[in-house]
Design a protein around this ligand. Structure first.
Ligand SMILES: Cc1cc2nc3c(=O)[nH]c(=O)nc-3n(C[C@H](O)[C@H](O)[C@H](O)COP(=O)(O)OP(=O)(O)OC[C@H]3O[C@@H](n4cnc5c(N)ncnc54)[C@H](O)[C@@H]3O)c2cc1C
Ligand code: SF4
Length: 331
């Protein structure tokens, strides 16, 4: 374990100032950061514990109704609390399901919404400091390209990194069109679409988000969306529990008289970032509810897939997962 300075405060501005120190990292539930520190993958010089910020800023850990019908999830709200919230379950079932299919009960008690969406890839080479990895050490190479790449991504990949974004919640959030509120040191709030939070690796896999140094996510807003009431998260994994997705689909569909009025599609387990498929949505909207429509949407969603040696199976798996999710949500 490396030496680091530890700061814990109830004052958000003090936390933000501490967060700008060189190689500072915020810690919320710690279930990802501490894990990576133990592996020597993360080596922060300063660890800024944000768990007490909710005492002076209750909105950071609350789930609150928004004017117009949306819901605000405080960044420090625990995965468990959001998953079981009656409003989330009724108005955004896809969010509740994505959370309940993620990690374990113990982890969900500890882990936060902000930390969950910012968790880092489970690429085995990223987590093994003996192996070259462009994400961990820019310019060192990508071991997964020629190594065992069964769990890696097929969408949004580059010649520098093919690591899968691992989380479940983010797939639901990108499909719903959520908004992220971010607070920077000495600055007010800035709002971005959830879809703009994570970036594809390109030539800089070490850059994973559009957050600026020291910025803190304070909340995530779920928009009022009629389709969200009829939404579903389907996750396929190697074993029935406690495993990351090989492929997953977050779908929300508004159907009137057998015709699809609105559709939202997110894919997980197959892409380098939480993946919204506007191509699939385009194939669905205005079409009748039918297996043919769903198959067309799945083909469109995976049309740009770029598999590697061991993960070609994910293309078919993702298509089938999406078709099944759409079938279940419209039945
Ligand atoms: C065995 C195991 C199985 C798992 N299975 C799944 C799974 O199936 N699906 C899934 O989705 N997840 C899974 N996870 C991951 C788990 O859900 C995450 O570790 C957890 O959600 C992270 O939340 P946290 O609050 O503990 O984050 P932390 O570890 O505290 O932080 C994670 C990262 O986010 C940053 N951060 C945290 N909060 C903020 C904020 N408000 N603003 C800015 N930066 C912030 C930290 O600096 C850090 O870089 C699993 C984890 C384990 C250990
Ligand atoms: S896929 Fe990305 S995270 Fe994995 S070894 Fe290659 S560069 Fe590193």
């Amino acid at each position: 374990m490396i030496d680091f300075q530890y700061v814990r405060t109830t004052d958000i501005e003090a936390a933000l100032r501490a967060g700008t120190a060189p190689s500072a990292k915020y810690v919320a539930g710690g279930t990802n950061l501490i894990d990576l520190m133990k592996l020597n993958v993360e080596r922060p010089g300063h660890v800024v514990d944000i768990n007490d910020l909710g005492r002076r800023n209750p909105s950071l850990s609350m789930i609150a109704d928004m004017p117009g019908g949306g819901l605000r999830l405080g960044a420090l709200a625990r995965m468990r609390d959001v998953a079981w919230d009656a409003r989330v379950r009724e108005r955004y079932p896809v969010v509740s399901q994505a959370l309940l299919l993620a990690a374990s009960g113990q982890l969900r008690n500890m882990a936060t919404i902000g930390g969950n969406v910012l968790q880092r890839t489970r690429c085995p080479y990223f987590r093994d400091t003996a192996m070259p990895c462009n994400k961990r050490e820019p310019g060192s190479g990508c071991s997964a390209l020629s190594g065992i790449n069964r769990t890696e991504a097929v969408l949004g990949v580059s010649d520098h990194c093919i690591a899968t974004y691992p989380g479940d919640l983010a797939v639901a959030l990108v499909a719903l069109g959520a908004t992220v509120t971010i607070r920077g040191p000495g600055a007010g709030d800035r709002l971005i679409d959830f879809a703009s939070l994570h970036v594809v690796p390109g030539t800089h896999p070490e850059r994973e988000t559009t957050l600026r140094p020291g910025e803190l996510i304070t909340s995530i807003d779920l928009p009022p969306l009629p389709a969200a009431k009829r939404s579903l998260y389907l996750k396929v994994r190697d074993r029935a529990s406690f495993a990351f997705a090989l492929a997953s689909a977050a779908v929300a569909v508004d159907v009137q008289s057998g015709k699809i009025q609105d559709a939202r599609v997110g894919l997980g387990g197959v892409a380098t970032r939480p993946w919204r498929s506007t191509e699939a949505e385009h194939e669905l909207i205005g079409k009748p509810v039918s297996e043919h429509t769903f198959r067309e949407a799945a083909e469109a969603a995976l049309a740009k897939a770029r598999p590697h040696r061991d993960n070609a199976f994910k293309v078919l798996l993702a298509k089938r997962t999406l078709v099944r999710a759409l079938t279940e949500v419209t039945t």
